[in-house]
Design a protein around this ligand. Structure first.
Ligand code: SDX
Length: 431
């Protein structure tokens, strides 16, 4: 591989270094381009632009590979837990028994939010979207523990990270209970991470929710599969916020807002709504696929396509398998799964999708599992946010601990009006 790339620009020889990642990805480092040439690059949507070097997650979109800190997602899905995977992402290695015990203890000690935060939930209308509540309350929780807004130090970071991973679950469950007029259910120290979330979501004051092992495991898997995904839209947002040295809570709240979009994390809710509409229309998917291919229809086959994966999303493959297992175990016959399978089969042989390398992504089947667990559709993206929290925290930390990290401030190419001057209102012709 050459050490640099050289080209002529306006009679000048420009030389830019080439760098290679540990998995063989190559990049032209353009950090001196403007200084050498006065030119910048333009790459709408950053499809060809790396924003950083990172040690956290590796994706190979052509091969359909996803690894957290070098470990394949398939191995973590089969052998790990969400808490252990969260530790791996945030601290860079699989924890020893002692480290895992201490981290779990920290999560338990910090699972309660400040009691006064309860009053904030009263302020939201009952139909407020839980993602709006989640982002607001994450920011609010920083106000109740101002020491968490203090400048970053490695010692305190671990506590802040544990608090956020633990409390995002509590805030989400409280938001759900309040929006359904249900009494808040407090976390129980005897329950592990995912079980405690289900307890806070579905228990009643007079009896605890029955924690079926296959349901707890399915939710833990959903969290593992969503835990990180390199520089996706919401993670890049968190890094953008971290680059200005705003607090971890501000970064996480911003991540929630970016994730909410239907083209990103909001797709899991959009997939379920799409499948339900196809089912209610009595369509076997044929009509919907035709509409998804028609530019004028603005329809998209939600849960399909990906900026990076031009092959099957490895997470979708795992979720699809677990979908069948969970529905069999719970004896649920969900017609939406049948529709999803037919849609996938039709799309994977349709030239429109094949030519554009559009495959099912993580959101295509996740909603069916979440619906089987009993998670209401408006909470699907909140589940995604709970899972993604360790990835956001790991990227936030990497940004602020990177000595070379500068504030993110992209350039632009101006296409607006040339120079013109102020015109007093009396002289402006009426339109
Ligand atoms: C996530 O980045 C991440 O890693 C995200 C994520 C993570 O873990 O953080 O993996 C999570 O966000 C998964 C993606 C969830 N979103 C959806 O399922 C929404 C539906 N998919 C798309 O809207 C789309 O595929 C994106 C947003 C995912 C990717 O968009 P790109 O890379 O900008 O692709 P594009 O819009 O430029 O599409 C390229 C072509 C276009 O057609 P042409 O102009 O070439 O004719 O493919 C078409 C698009 O119209 N296309 C689709 C389609 N996705 C792309 N056509 C129909 N249905 C679709 N789903």
């Amino acid at each position: 591989m050459p050490e640099y790339v050289e080209f002529q620009l306006e009679g000048k020889c420009v030389r830019l270094p080439i760098i290679e990642g540990t998995a063989g990805e190559k990049a032209i480092d353009i950090s001196t381009l403007r200084e050498q040439t006065g030119y910048i690059t333009l790459d709408s949507g950053y499809g060809n632009t790396g924003s950083c070097e990172s040690d956290i997650t590796f994706i190979d979109g052509e091969q359909g590979i996803l690894r957290y800190r070098g470990i394949p997602i398939e191995e973590l899905a089969e052998k790990s837990s969400f808490v252990e995977t969260a530790y791996l992402l945030m601290f860079g290695h699989l924890p020893t028994g002692t480290e895992l015990h201490q981290f779990s203890k920290l999560l338990t000690e910090n699972e309660l939010i400040h009691e006064d935060m309860k009053y904030h939930f009263e302020g939201f209308p009952s139909n407020a979207h839980p993602m709006a509540i989640l982002s607001s309350m994450i920011n609010a929780s920083g106000c109740f523990q101002p020491q968490m807004l203090a400048a970053h130090s490695r010692r305190t970071f671990d506590l802040h990270a544990a608090r956020l991973v633990s409390q995002v679950r509590t805030i989400a469950a409280f938001a759900y209970r309040k929006s359904h007029g249900l009494p808040i259910i407090y976390p129980k120290p005897i329950y592990k991470y995912s079980a405690n979330f289900l307890h806070m979501m579905f228990s009643e004051p007079y009896c605890d929710y029955e924690l079926k092992p296959e349901v707890v495991r399915a939710l833990d898997l959903i969290f593992i599969l969503h835990a990180d995904h390199e520089q996706n839209c919401s993670t890049s947002t968190v890094r953008m916020v971290a680059s200005s040295r705003a607090s971890l809570f501000a970064g996480a709240a911003a991540g929630v807002c970016a994730l909410w979009g239907p083209l990103h994390g909001g797709a899991n809710q959009a997939v379920l709504e799409m499948l339900k509409k196809i089912y209610e229309d009595g369509d076997d998917g044929t009509k919907f696929i035709a509409a998804a291919k028609d530019k004028k229809s603005k329809n998209r086959l939600m849960g399909f396509g990906h900026r990076v994966y031009k092959n099957y999303d490895p997470r979708a493959r795992i979720i699809k398998q677990r979908c069948h297992e969970l529905l069999d175990a719970l004896k649920i016959d969900d017609p939406l799964l049948e529709i999803a399978l037919n849609l996938e089969k039709a799309a994977l042989t349709d030239p429109y999708f094949v030519e554009r390398k559009l495959y099912p992504n993580v959101d295509f089947y996740s909603g069916i599992i979440m619906q089987a667990i009993g998670i209401p559709v408006e909470m699907f993206t909140v589940i995604f946010a709970i899972g993604r929290m360790p990835g956001w925290i790991a990227n936030y930390r990497e940004t602020i601990e990177d000595r070379n990290s500068r504030i993110y401030r992209p350039r632009q190419i101006y296409q607006g009006s040339p120079l013109r001057h102020y015109v007093p209102i009396a002289d402006r012709e009426t339109k």
